[in-house]
Write a protein that binds this ligand. Structure first.
Ligand SMILES: Cc1cc2nc3c(=O)[nH]c(=O)nc-3n(C[C@H](O)[C@H](O)[C@H](O)COP(=O)(O)OP(=O)(O)OC[C@H]3O[C@@H](n4cnc5c(N)ncnc54)[C@H](O)[C@@H]3O)c2cc1C
Length: 401
């Protein structure tokens, strides 16, 4: 990569976050620098981005996450135009099947009602449904143990995350961003500044600013700069399965109180995707995709929950299984964003803990504006600023799936 031995901004990681940021930076008329994205594997095969469930929802329990998600929704609905109308960029349809949170206890129902009130105040039309209403609208769902459900179908569902990343990349390249496949293995520091990025190929890139968009490897990149970042990879299991016969009615993305979620995969009413976290939920190496306990876990902890909730799921056959990692922020399971207080020119986009794909447009724009203009502009993301770690503050999001 001889053409760029110096970059004004080096972004480490070119998946959802790195690509979104690269686009918004390059698109800002006030930004004139050279942007270089270093991505270890351009196929993104092992990234959280490629292994996610590609879903978006407004049903969060914190104002900042609700606002971020609604911004991203508006952006995705108008994706191609917002990226400049390039004919080679795909539109991103959202399959708005909705999310249905179920509560089986009085406390769970109280929390759903409280969250729905906040969501409605912020423009998310969440409905609260009693068991009879749930059964009427979704006849396959077993509701005898359920006290309350929270449903929203406006802008909640599945979208094509790969198309989003491809669109950001293409639009960023058109604006002069260089994407380079290599691995960042070192950061040079002088005092409170990072001055250069060292690559596995042996190359050294002098830089004005470094952005950590390394997902599940965020703590490794921070450590290269001498910073301790509480982000660790946590395995998440996903199965696609098929029913013996189509369901009687539609199914939204259902979040079962027993800790399993399930959503439609395709449109034939017979294929579904479900996800669960292993127990115990321990940190893993970012390149560890093994799951020796998968079969036993499916039989003991996943299938019984699915079959109890949707009787038609008693006769199902898993067709595909994969392991992905959450970029889990152990401090408070929320994004860590912005200039790190310990360094002058080190920016974080980390710790998304399972809801990062949908936040990429909003976070990309907000962090770009923070870099170019020195403050949040379009979206006030101060609650998610990485500086809360030092202050011991937490942003507690109760709706982590
Ligand atoms: C099973 C599962 C389901 C999910 N479902 C959803 C969902 O429905 N909705 C949602 O919004 N979010 C979901 N998420 C979360 C979402 O996928 C992530 O939060 C988001 O994709 C994070 O994007 P990222 O770009 O920050 O990180 P990543 O996608 O992890 O990408 C980081 C990139 O950095 C690169 N990199 C790392 N280290 C280096 C280095 N040293 N040098 C160069 N490159 C490097 C990696 O190769 C990688 O491509 C899910 C995650 C999982 C695992």
């Amino acid at each position: 990569m001889t053409e760029m031995r110096r970059a004004d901004v080096v972004i480490v990681g070119g998946a959802a976050m790195g690509s979104a940021l690269a686009f918004f930076l390059a698109d800002d008329p006030a930004f004139r620098g050279r942007i270089l994205v270093i991505e270890a594997d351009m196929s993104l095969a092992r990234s959280a981005t490629a292994r996610s469930h590609e879903s978006i929802r407004g049903q969060f329990t914190t104002e900042v996450n609700i606002r971020l998600s609604r911004f991203s929704l508006a952006f995705l609905r108008d994706f191609r135009a917002r990226l400049g109308g390039d004919r080679d960029i795909a539109d991103i349809p959202i399959r708005e099947h909705g999310y249905l949170y179920l509560a089986a206890t009085a406390e769970g129902a109280r929390q759903l009602a409280e969250s729905a009130a906040l969501q409605r105040r912020l423009g998310v039309p969440t409905e609260l449904l009693g068991p009879d209403e749930i059964a009427r609208r979704f006849p396959d769902i077993h509701v005898q143990d359920i006290r309350l459900g929270a449903l929203n179908t406006d802008g909640e569902g599945r979208f094509d995350g790969s198309a989003m990343v491809a669109g950001f990349r293409r639009a960023a390249r058109r604006r002069g961003v260089v994407f380079h496949e290599d691995e960042v293995v070192g950061l040079e520091r002088q005092g409170a500044r990072v001055t250069a990025v060292m690559l596995a190929s042996g190359e050294r890139i002098a830089c004005g600013l470094v952005v950590n968009a390394a997902g599940t490897r965020a703590a490794e990149i921070a450590a290269l700069a001498g910073i301790d970042l509480p982000v660790e990879p946590r395995k998440r299991f996903s199965w696609v399965f098929r029913t013996a016969r189509p369901l009687r009615g539609p199914l939204p993305l259902v979040i079962d109180p027993a800790g399993v979620h399930v959503l439609p995969e395709g449109r034939d009413g017979r294929h579904f995707l479900c996800g669960a976290r292993p127990e115990p939920d321990l940190p893993a190496a970012p390149d560890d995709f093994d799951a020796p306990e998968e079969d036993a876990f499916w039989l003991a902890r996943v299938w019984p929950v699915l079959a109890a909730r949707v009787p038609a799921f008693e006769t199902i056959r898993p067709m595909r299984f994969w392991v992905g990692h959450y970029d889990y922020n152990t401090h408070d399971a929320n994004a860590l964003l912005g200039f790190h207080p310990a360094l002058e020119n080190f920016v974080c986009m980390n710790g998304f803990s399972g809801h990062g794909l949908q936040q990429a447009p909003g976070v990309g724009l907000a962090v770009a504006e923070a870099i170019v203009h020195g403050n949040w502009r379009s979206l006030a993301l101060d609650p998610l600023h990485v500086g809360r770690l030092q202050r011991g503050e937490k942003v507690v999001e109760k709706a982590i799936i």
